[in-house]
Design a protein around this ligand. Structure first.
Ligand code: F6R
Length: 615
């Protein structure tokens, strides 16, 4: 959450900062601001709302914009205080000498604020960041050295932060610090960059230094110094960045979300590549570091994730339990971290995260690491904090996902979980499902073509979206392996269209939710030929009897049952076990077209951010 950018070099700092912030907008977009430094003169510009409002303000500030070559910037996702201009970063101290941008949450900010108030500091915003600005400035008063001031201040701060600070008395440097929030220093020739994520700087440099938790850095035009938690100088490796700037473009689609939905066939091909060669070969998973002997000793699997990644994990539970025969729990990371969890060296813990930066999941993984469990991280960001905590890293390589609503990364997570479940089964030598697995492998190989066939004809879904866009509530139902699809379909709809949508196991309908059904409550049912098909059909009858509008998403409906549905979307047939990978595309498209029809900001829905780096 929140994006940070910093620049020092010969370019116009304002251009680098605005360009960087535009690539960080997915991290938050309720306000933004930059500070430009020319010698000891610092000018701060802030705006409420989207980045375009800040760009508008800068239009008649050409003088400072063209002559400043050092600056820091921020795009905000509000945690403390309303999304107003006053609360927007950068923040300063009373004498306006110290200027700070921050990502994270300072947990002891109230205590610090009281102490600083007693020392005479005045606060103008409601933010925790302003407290940090005063604290660093206070330490500067004692040390007259920005590095030392930062080092002293971070020792007093509890919580998570990535800081980027400048001081009027030290116009040749930016001082940075990090704990439990991402921060990377882009290394250039006679210039350096700072960002909370790579897309912000990738057009300028392909080399970077990742700060570790507890480190503080001094970034100058021609040098970078890093200090460890004990304030001793240390050396961090310069790494090559894994992205191409070209990846961050809409490529002619109206929104990133639509582009990313359409990329899913290639995403499946990418995930399968090198792992699944043919239906009669074993899965190759070189990234998985446990030996077959250790795999045989695994007593339980625990999956921790949030939101969409959690839904992928729920599908994972079905397939790991079925094929690998290992009891599997799936839990939101935010719940996992606040109870006594039972895990040991025979527990396999799977953390799933698109961004690899989700604070709750990182905390869960750190907790369980102490119990000697083997940790697999399934992430789209091999360069993320979570990836660095992995014992086995399964990068899903879906390509950067810009739209806040996760689509292709979900697909990549699903396919990775199929690979993992089959791999565990094969390493354990389980033969029971041999024929079924041969068939599933063939279906996985054919899946990209089926996705493409589905995406070629989306007219029915567009018409459906238009027809149902005026409804205020929706219910999604399914059973078995598609229960998570119902949850994910409902999540997609609510997050981008703001329509109240809830997913239920279809069998649960009659235990309460059915009370809500009438002609104003559309029910979307997911049906696939398989063990629960008839059961879901009966649940559809129950909904129909309450006059709910009924939408079916199915691979087959017998002619005698067709009249049950007001609308029916038929998709290519795949076996029940693989059907979540096709069904979800219909639900993604439905959510997309409803939101688009309603004129919503599809790629940047209100109140959300792509990377949730606060607990
Ligand atoms: C919804 C969505 C979120 C994320 C959740 C976890 O479209 O994207 O629900 O899935 O915030 O994020 P990651 O996967 O980055 O850990």
């Amino acid at each position: 959450m929140c994006g940070i950018i910093g620049y020092i070099g010969d370019r116009k700092a304002s251009e680098v900062l605005i360009s960087g912030l535009s690539h960080l907008e997915y991290r938050g977009y309720d306000s933004s601001g930059i500070a430009l430094m020319r010698g000891s003169d610092v000018q701060i510009f802030k705006a409420q709302g989207k980045l375009k409002n800040l760009i508008e303000i800068l239009k008649d500030k050409e003088d400072v914009c063209s002559s400043a070559h050092i600056g820091i910037g921020h795009i905000r996702w509000a945690t403390h205080g309303l999304p107003t201009t006053i609360n927007a970063h950068p923040h300063t101290c009373d004498c306006k000498s110290l200027i700070l941008v921050h990502n994270g949450i300072i947990e002891n900010y109230q205590e610090l604020k009281e102490e600083l108030t007693a020392l005479g500091c005045h606060f103008v915003s409601q933010t925790d960041t302003e407290v940090a600005a005063h604290l660093i400035a206070h330490e500067y008063g004692k040390t007259k050295n920005l590095l030392k001031a930062m080092q002293q201040a971070v020792k007093k701060i509890k919580g998570a932060f990535a800081f980027c600070a400048i001081h009027k008395n030290e116009p040749d440097r930016i001082v940075v610090a990090k704990r439990n929030a991402p921060l990377v220093i882009g290394v250039g020739q006679d210039e350096n960059f700072i960002a909370s994520d790579i897309p912000a700087i990738i057009e300028y440099t392909k080399k970077a230094i990742y700060l570790s938790d507890g480190q503080v850095g001094v970034v100058k035009k021609n040098s970078i110094e890093i200090y460890d938690e004990n304030d001793l100088i240390t050396q961090n490796k310069i790494e090559n960045l894994p992205f191409e700037a070209i990846a961050i473009s809409k490529m002619g689609y109206k929104h990133f979300m639509l582009k990313e939905i359409h990329e899913q066939s290639d995403v499946v091909r990418n995930v399968l590549s090198g792992k699944l060669i043919s239906h009669d070969d074993k899965i190759k998973l070189e990234e998985f570091k446990l030996t077959p002997e250790k795999i045989k000793k695994i007593q339980r699997v625990q999956i921790v994730a949030c939101g969409t990644s959690l839904h992928a994990g729920m599908v994972g539970k079905y397939i790991i339990e079925r094929y690998a025969g290992i009891p599997t729990d799936v839990e939101p990371s935010s719940e996992y971290i606040y109870r006594e969890t039972i895990a040991d060296e025979n527990t396999l813990v799977i953390g799933i995260s698109q961004s690899g930066e989700t604070a709750d999941t990182i905390t869960a993984i750190k907790q369980v690491k102490e119990k000697n469990s083997h940790i697999i991280i399934i992430t789209n960001r091999a360069d993320s904090t979570m990836a660095r905590l992995a014992d086995s890293l399964l990068p899903v390589s879906a390509g950067i996902e810009v739209s806040v609503a996760a689509t292709k990364s979900y697909m990549a997570q699903l396919i990775s979980l199929y690979m993992l479940a089959i791999y565990l089964m094969e390493q354990k030598g389980i033969e029971k499902y041999h024929d079924e697995i041969v068939n599933l492998k063939q279906e996985l190989i054919e899946l990209p073509n089926k996705i493409e066939a589905l995406l070629e004809n989306t007219n029915d879904i567009k018409l459906l979206a238009k027809k149902y866009s005026s409804y205020k509530d929706f219910i999604f139902i399914a059973r078995g392996i598609n229960f998570p699809s119902a949850l994910e379909g409902a999540l997609k709809l609510k997050e981008i269209s703001y329509i109240n949508a809830t997913g239920y196991g279809a069998g649960e309908l009659k235990h309460g939710p059915i009370a809500m059904l009438d002609e104003n409550m559309p029910v979307l049912a997911i049906l696939n030929q398989g063990v629960v098909y008839d059961k879901v059909l009966s649940n559809c009858e129950e909904a129909r009897a309450r006059q709910a509008k009924l939408i079916g998403v199915a691979d087959y409906v017998a002619p005698k049952d067709k009249d049950l549905f007001d609308d029916l979307i038929l998709i290519p047939h795949v076996s029940d076990i693989l059907s979540p990978a096709l069904n979800i595309i219909v639900l993604q498209l439905l959510a997309y077209y409803i939101a688009e029809y309603l004129g919503k900001d599809v790629d940047q829905p209100r109140n959300l951010a792509k990377s949730v780096t606060v607990e």
